[in-house]
Design a protein around this ligand. Structure first.
Ligand code: ZN
Length: 293
């Protein structure tokens, strides 16, 4: 049985898609402002989440850039997990407080790519995302975080936070074989062409580096193993952060798809029931994708 939900709440556009009967986890996806093509990436991620049968996704679109944000007051507590595809203007203070309280009290959060760019001055948000880039972030935001000699290393040297070169394929290496999001995955996968962030900085508190990639200097990288997938504990809440997903073609990578599904389930519930690695999961030197458009 399926039903369609379309509503307008408090001046905000709330669109719900097809809801599979077996969906059990309610997810809110936030978009509306982003220097990326959120009008394409939001439907792609909604499709990723709903296609595994675990999620019912509602999309909450903020007022556009330059409009008053006063009406932006999502009912976070109606959801088990918030997926942010938002990189835009500040939220009202009461919304920030409600969001921080929601996560602190056990809500889930998934942060995708440029959603780690906004709110450089919002300390709680930066603790939630673990690492962020741009917006004036620098050594005052926290360390660079790298994987060296089998462990996480904090690098407090001064410099800006956030950098990338031209898009390219990259090998992602799993760094936690025991975390529910990455358990059982092949130790390396070749990720489809994407924009690969490096030099992110942040508080990096209560943060687990789940996967890294060696970013090549000839493609705007650092020559360091930079974090690609992160898990953060914030109060009773859980945060899954993927720095991948610049546009839909990168999201079509089955490595992105499966880690987003698992990451969202873990953020929502603390567990992962999606145990079985898909047969079309990428190989160490083989990109595998599924069409999302
Ligand atoms: Zn990007």
């Amino acid at each position: 049985m399926q039903k369609m939900l379309i509503g307008v709440l408090g001046g905000l556009i709330l669109t719900g898609g097809i809801i599979p009967a077996e969906a059990v986890i309610r997810a809110m996806m936030i978009d509306g402002q982003n220097n990326h093509d959120w009008k394409k990436t939001t439907p792609a991620m909604k499709k990723i989440l709903e296609s595994c049968g675990l999620f019912q996704v509602d999309v909450l679109t903020s007022p556009p850039e330059g409009a008053s944000m006063e009406s932006f007051s999502p009912q976070f507590s109606d959801y088990q997990v918030v997926v942010t595809n938002y990189n835009g203007e500040s939220w009202p203070e009461k919304t920030r407080q409600a969001f921080a309280d929601y996560i602190r009290n056990g809500g889930g959060l998934v942060v995708v790519h440029a959603a780690d760019n906004p709110f450089p001055e919002w300390a709680e948000y930066n603790e939630m995302i673990g690492l962020g880039g741009w917006g004036g972030r620098d050594e005052k935001s926290g360390p660079y975080v790298r994987w060296r000699d089998g462990k996480v290393v904090f690098d407090n040297s001064p410099g800006p936070g956030g950098s990338h070169g031209p898009q390219h394929e990259i090998q992602v290496e799993i760094r936690s074989a025991t975390h529910p999001v990455t358990a059982g995955l092949p130790s390396k996968w070749l990720h489809a062409t994407d924009e690969i962030y490096n030099r992110l900085r942040g508080p990096a508190k209560n943060m687990t580096v789940l996967a890294t990639a060696l970013t090549p200097p000839d493609k705007g990288g650092t020559g360091e193993h930079e974090p690609m997938l992160l898990a953060v504990d914030y109060g009773k809440g859980r945060v899954f952060h993927t720095v991948l997903g610049h546009e839909v073609k990168g999201m079509e990578c089955v490595g992105f798809i499966f880690t987003l599904q698992r990451g969202a389930e873990w953020a929502a519930t603390g567990k992962v029931t999606l145990k079985e690695v898909p047969e079309d999961f990428p190989g160490e030197d083989l990109v595998r994708t599924r069409p999302l458009e």
